[in-house]
Design a protein. Structure first.
Length: 119
């Protein structure tokens, strides 16, 4: 005799929770000529980047160096990037995470920094 078929009870699964996809958000922009220390800015994500552009004011010398510090810190920087050409344009990625930061820029010429946060 055939055995009766039993239907398994339905399983209830909740839909997976999906976070919105991460994307780049512009945080702030700094520009200047020569050396400066910027105002601090806040980062929300674990990864962020700095798009930089530099043009030397001298036909013989060029120097552009940027130190990234946590707010309140003056000696221990968390990242550094530089350029030894007369003209530079590049992006550097920083993985220091959430927090407040500022830049110390040492430069001979004009520069621009655009900070973008990934969250």
């Amino acid at each position: 005799t055939p055995s009766p078929m039993t239907t398994p009870p339905p399983t209830t699964t909740s839909p997976p929770t999906t976070e919105p996809p991460k994307e780049w958000h512009k945080v702030t922009y700094f520009s200047g000529n020569d050396d400066t220390t910027t105002m601090w800015f806040s980062i929300k994500g674990n990864e962020w980047r700095v798009k930089f552009k530099y043009s030397s004011s001298s036909s013989t010398y060029s120097f552009f160096s940027v130190f990234v510090y946590p707010r309140g810190e003056t000696t221990m920087y968390v990242s550094h990037f530089s350029c030894d050409k007369r003209h530079c344009e590049d992006t550097t990625y920083i993985y220091e995470g959430k927090g407040d930061y500022y830049f110390k820029v040492i430069a001979m010429g004009s520069w621009k920094l655009t900070v973008e946060d990934y969250y």
